[in-house]
Design a protein. Structure first.
Length: 262
């Protein structure tokens, strides 16, 4: 049965971690969810796990570097559900410190990444490998931009949309430094925040809200086991913005449901 577009959400990079939890929580709010990931086996397994709880989760393979994948996803949601109104750009990598497994086309472009190290231990801005910067920007920033270009115009036409870009306090220009030694990641999240502001302005007065979220230091593949926050806690602000009935706020940066500095 087709659902109204206002009840359909796409979550990128959602076969594990925060994205997986966002899928679960969106479904509990009666929202049809399309779980996506570049690894089909892992993605289908994640969707199957959620279906065991009674959730009718759809899965679609999505490598953000592959234009054909994005086009195929567009066609899939239009044919099956009639449209999409919630987009959570969650997919991200932290290649500076070797905290992300390389999947999809990115694996063919980048032959090696640093071994997993702690914050402050990887090369800084004056030593970082430009290939690491380029690959990080391609996923964290341009991947989200590609998704916005693919789906926000449709939201504007239907008169409803919620876009949540999962960013990080490490991308805040306010207090930006080189101490964390993850410059590629920091640049990519700062640029993602710029994308948020520009897309929000492009969609202004159309009932489409576009915001960035810092989920906080969370126990994920990127955050590491030492992080203090659970994925359930990290998902709260994302869900709050994705399901707000009003299009305000838009063009903001939030953590713990409160606006923070860019």
């Amino acid at each position: 049965m087709k659902r109204h577009p206002n009840k359909v959400a796409i979550v990128t990079g959602s076969d594990r971690g925060i994205g997986f939890e966002v899928c679960r929580q969106l479904w509990t709010r009666d929202i049809q969810v399309v779980l996506t990931s570049p690894d089909k086996t892992k993605g289908e397994a994640a969707a199957a796990e959620l279906r065991q709880t009674g959730a009718e989760i759809a899965y679609h393979m999505l490598d953000l570097l592959n234009k054909r994948h994005i086009k195929a996803l567009q066609e899939f949601v239009l044919k099956k559900f009639g449209g999409v109104a919630i987009l959570v750009n969650n997919a991200g990598v932290m290649l500076d410190a070797g905290r992300s497994k390389i999947e999809g086309l990115l694996a063919h472009r980048l032959k090696k990444i640093p071994k997993r190290v702690g914050f402050g231990e990887a090369p800084g801005i004056l030593e970082v490998d430009i290939d690491i910067v380029r690959a990080t920007l391609d996923v964290n920033t341009l991947g989200a931009l590609r998704m916005c270009q693919a789906f926000v115009p449709g939201m504007m036409r239907t008169g409803y949309g919620r876009v949540v870009n999962v960013s990080s306090s490490l991308g805040q220009l306010d207090g930006m430094s080189d101490e964390d030694k993850v410059p590629a990641y920091q640049m990519s999240k700062a640029a993602l925040n710029a994308v948020t502001l520009m897309v929000a302005e492009a969609a202004r007065d159309t009932n489409v809200a576009v915001n960035s979220v810092c989920p906080g230091w969370t126990r994920t593949d990127i955050g590491g086991a030492e992080a203090p926050q659970s994925i359930e806690e990290a998902a709260k602000t994302i869900i709050w913005l994705a399901t707000k009935p009003s299009s305000n706020p838009t063009g903001g940066f939030f953590r713990n449901k409160r606006r923070i500095h860019w």
